[in-house]
Design a protein around this ligand. Structure first.
Ligand code: UD1
Ligand code: CA
Length: 481
């Protein structure tokens, strides 16, 4: 039977530790790696491989923050069985963390033969393939499976002391003898236990070690002493098992995670001009035929459709870019969408809740905020549009400003709306003072400051008339001598 089929399984994530080596006020498991927190990376991998698993997160240090984060994970995955259990303060080690499981009602009820997967909260590169292998049903006489790997430099990891094919014990770096320190096979805090083994041996853990903690690793020596057999799964991809204990290790793990994401999309037909100089979060979705140039940063729930071009140093955060659209150099797009075939930038700024219609053009130094631009409309240069709704086929000249704020708050609203109908033509260097409506087909003459609504097909001119003083220029030149 494959483990992904139905037998009951618990997956326990250790997320209660302080993470002191991070030297950060943010709990370690909430640090982000390629756009997802460390804990949600592990949760996602396990949930995808074992959708029926009872997911249990052990919380402790900064638990309110961690629980709030788990609540939002649950909202995104409403069908997952996720609960958390508190490790009492002070947190006294990985064994102490798993002991909290014994207080959990759902675990108390679990059949002794139930499998329990244990994962640390700080291994961001664990893959679905690894989860699958680790959670395969145990051999008949085995009570646990220990995942190990061989590292060129095992410093800092628990060393696996073997007796033939079984593990005799795991020794932590601080407790290891010089001979044990030479062992390169290490434990990674990844295990599969029978619930019965945890129920019997967890209460027997002792804190007689360098850190005066209850080590989960000591379950292995307890099992050995009580003749409970275990299996070793030696994982040949040590890169999957990089732990994060400080911010440098996080940076290294993130570089690997990012390259994995980019490789995945490249294999799906996305062209990256320089894969080492782009950032694409795990949460982003790209289509075949997309081009991503150097320095692009694609984060959050960003989606880029077929054939779109993302230029150098473009930043897309929760953005949707339509088919064959183009976002040019240095543009910043946040919580906004760009329609099919539209062109944005260079150096455009789309602030939250803006929508650019199909085949529209948003040119250089144009800022949009909560603004909708209709199809085939052009705002080509140096303009600000806030709280505006602009129709289709509108031409907005250079230097247009919607004056949407008069310094007052009325009925809780600070900003006033501007509406511009289809087929309007707005000359260069105009301002419209909101709230205001420019109805379809209207013209606004260059240099106008428009304060009143403009009816359909009207021409609005709001500027002082020009006077030419003939022969006056030489007099001015004379004055300056
Ligand atoms: C642990 C293992 C070590 C292994 C290494 C691999 C032990 C004693 N050591 O060491 O053999 O090589 O992981 O990455 O198990 N945590 C709690 N409560 C606590 C302490 C820790 O929930 O009281 C959680 C942490 O949040 C973290 C995980 O357990 O997610 C691992 O803790 P950490 O302190 O990083 O253990 P290591 O020293 O790396
Ligand atoms: Ca660790």
């Amino acid at each position: 039977m494959k483990s992904s089929q139905k037998q009951p399984i618990f997956a326990v994530f250790l997320a209660a530790g302080h993470g002191k080596r991070m030297r950060s006020t943010l709990p370690k498991v909430l640090h982000e790696c390629a756009g997802k927190s460390l804990i949600s990376r592990s949760l996602d991998e396990v949930y995808q491989s074992l959708p029926h698993a009872n997911l249990v997160v052990v919380v402790g240090h900064a638990k309110d923050q961690v629980i709030a984060h788990l609540e939002s994970w649950k909202q995104k995955n409403p069908n997952a069985h996720l609960e958390w259990v508190e490790q009492p303060t002070p947190q006294r080690g990985t064994g102490h963390a798993v002991q909290s499981l014994l207080t959990l009602e759902s675990f108390k009820k679990a059949d002794p033969g139930t499998d329990v997967l244990v994962l640390p909260g700080d291994l961001p590169l664990v893959t679905g393939a690894l989860v699958q292998c680790l959670s395969e049903p145990l051999g008949k006489s085995a009570h646990y499976r220990l995942l190990t790997t061989v590292l060129a430099d095992p410093t800092g990891y628990g060393r696996v002391v073997r007796s033939g094919k079984t593990a005799k014990k795991i020794v932590e770096e601080r407790d290891a003898s010089p001979a044990e320190k030479k062992i390169r096979e290490v434990a990674c805090s990844l295990y599969l236990f029978k619930a019965s083994l945890l129920k019997t041996l967890l209460p027997k853990l002792k804190d007689n070690n360098a850190q005066k903690e209850f080590y989960l690793t000591d379950l292995i020596s307890l099992a050995f002493k009580t003749k409970k057999k275990g299996e070793i799964l030696e994982w040949r991809e040590p890169g999957d098992l990089r732990g994060v204990n400080d911010l440098w290790e996080l940076a290294e793990a993130e570089a690997t995670a990012r390259l994995r994401v980019i490789k995945k999309w490249a294999k799906e037909g996305v062209r990256f001009v320089d894969p080492n100089r782009v950032r694409v979060d795990d949460t982003v979705v790209l289509a075949a035929g997309v081009l991503v140039e150097e320095g692009a940063i694609l984060t959050g729930e960003t989606v880029v459709e077929e054939g779109a071009k993302i230029g150098p140093n473009v930043s897309l955060k929760n953005a949707r870019v339509g088919k064959n659209a183009e976002v040019k150099t240095g543009s910043f797009v946040e919580n906004s969408s760009i329609g099919e075939g539209a062109k944005v930038g260079p150096y455009a700024h789309l602030r939250p809740n803006s929508q650019v219609g199909a085949h529209a053009k948003i040119g250089n130094f144009v800022e949009l905020k909560e603004t909708t631009i209709g199809a085939h409309t052009s705002v080509a240069h140096l303009s600000y549009l806030g709280d505006a709704t602009v129709g289709e086929r509108v031409n907005i000249g250079c230097g247009f400003v919607t004056c949407n704020f008069d310094g007052r708050v009325i009925n809780g609203k600070r900003k006033h709306p501007t509406t511009i109908g289809d087929d309007c033509f707005i000359g260069s260097d105009c301002q419209v003072v909101a709230p205001i409506k420019i109805e379809r087909g209207a013209y606004i003459a260059s240099g106008s400051t428009v304060t009143k609504d403009v009816p359909a097909d009207a021409l609005a001119i709001a500027r002082t008339r020009q006077e030419n003083k003939l022969g006056y220029a030489p007099r001015l030149r004379g004055m300056s001598k």
